[in-house]
Design a protein around this ligand. Structure first.
Ligand SMILES: [Mn+2]
Length: 441
């Protein structure tokens, strides 16, 4: 819990005196009828509190001397409800286990929040995430103003005021979240290792005749068995031409001899995501064409990963990968023209239509800016990103020789920027042709 205290202190250092920061937990979401989706805490809220329950609000109150008060509103003990849905942390637990200075019953928040806001100058909140939450803060502010107006009349010589400035909290927290601490890196390493081993298992057990969802089942089982409480996102298991649909998630088709299967899947460990893609032949052996496309994507990915080191700019990864992919496609006579022109005209977009990757953390497409002041930002130690080039040749692309049809390849790894370069967190999932072919049981 000390880690969370440190984060609150680091955030507070960036907040102005005389301010109140307000952050809402995630809410339970209905799946259908009265059944709920599994609860997943809102990432910013978890980052600052470690608190695992819904119906909670985190408040950081910073006074005019700069002293910080951590106030948590959360559910109170309710023996009857706890019989149904399990033990709650309660107010005492919030203080003892989660280091809150004060904890109040969430039912009291409409009464207490206006008191907390009184005589403060600034509200920090995450703006525009949820209308209902934005409105609640407005109501607390209104109530605070009304109460103060009454007070002002009765205590004429006291200076009382309500906040008159609202600042978005999200960019401040998100810049912090972009740089992972040692504890966070350990969680991410674990998520990546479990997921990489799951990918290896799929390679070993894949065979023609299985359905896509059966590979998905093996992946999920391995992650849950190893301590992930869920997946970081919906798995993509795409056989044959389905691999050319970037976010294919129906996963309900039969895997056919001679096709590739693309699996983009990652477990979530302690709320930290892995995001790994591997592509391999369903019957264990690449055809000539599949191998040519695969090795081209792999060559691009390895060169892209090489660019990940402190000081290099975000777009250096995509630039080198594009050059390799376009040059390769021209050599294979899949594209025609000058490499430079094809890149400039973005002609490659019919085969490679996405970016080089994204930040990775608690959210699979994690928070953090990619540009500062209009320029691509340089890599710095502690950042984690994916590098995931792909080539997708749909059977519907009539301009291409049919021998290439239905070949969709993406290779994706999770990369930590270190002091002198990078570490591939997902390295234990095989990706060389020979490794993949020999992985089959
Ligand atoms: Mn990804």
């Amino acid at each position: 819990m000390e880690e969370f205290s440190k984060r609150r202190a680091a955030l507070a250092n960036q907040l102005q005196n005389n301010s109140v920061s307000i952050l809402f937990s995630a809410q339970l979401q209905i799946r259908n009828g009265d059944a709920e989706y599994p609860f997943r805490q809102q990432s910013d809220f978890y980052y600052l509190s470690g608190f695992p329950e819904p119906e909670a609000v985190l408040v950081l109150s910073k006074d005019d001397k700069g002293d910080l008060l951590f106030i948590l509103f959360n559910r109170t003990h309710d023996l009857e409800a706890e019989v149904w849905t399990g033990k709650r942390v309660g107010q005492e637990g919030a203080c003892k286990e989660y280091n809150a200075d004060e904890s109040h019953d969430i039912q009291q928040i409409d009464n207490i929040m206006p008191q907390i806001l009184a005589n403060k100058a600034i509200i920090y909140q995450v703006m525009g995430r949820c209308t209902e939450q934005d409105q609640k803060i407005q109501i607390w502010l209104e109530t605070a103003k009304k109460r103060l107006a009454t007070k002002q009349r009765s205590e004429l010589n006291k200076i009382v005021s309500a906040p008159d400035t609202i600042i978005d909290l999200a960019p401040i927290i998100h810049e912090m979240r972009l740089f992972k601490s040692i504890e966070e890196i350990n969680n991410m390493r674990k998520a990546a290792e479990i997921s990489a081993q799951a990918h290896l298992k799929l390679m070993q057990q894949c065979k023609p005749g299985l359905f896509e969802y059966q590979l998905e089942a093996i992946f999920n089982a391995h992650c849950l068995d190893q301590g992930c409480r869920g997946l970081a996102y919906n798995s993509i298991v795409a056989g044959g031409n389905n691999s050319c649909t970037l976010h294919y998630t129906s996963n309900d088709q039969k895997l056919m001899v001679g096709d590739l299967v693309l699996v983009d899947a990652g477990g979530e460990y302690n709320n930290y995501a892995a995001d790994i893609t591997r592509t391999y032949p369903i019957n264990g052996k690449f055809t000539q064409e599949q191998k040519q496309i695969y090795n081209l994507v792999l060559q691009a990915q390895l060169a892209g990963i090489e660019q990940v080191r402190p000081g290099n700019l975000w777009d250096s990864v995509q630039n080198i990968m594009l050059e390799i992919i376009v040059k390769g496609l021209v050599e294979l006579d899949i594209m025609r023209g000058k490499v430079k022109d094809l890149i400039h005209e973005q002609a490659y977009k019919q085969f490679y239509m996405h970016s080089s990757g994204h930040w990775l953390g608690m959210d699979v497409h994690d928070v953090g800016r990619y540009k500062t002041q209009g320029n691509w930002r340089p890599f710095e130690p502690g950042m984690v990103l994916t590098v995931e080039p792909g080539i997708y040749i749909s059977k519907y692309n009539s301009k291409v020789d049919p021998k290439w049809h239905g070949i969709g390849v993406r290779i994706e790894d999770d990369i930590l920027v270190t002091n002198d370069g990078h570490e591939v967190l997902s390295a234990s999932a095989p990706k060389k042709v020979a490794e993949i072919e020999s992985a089959r049981n």
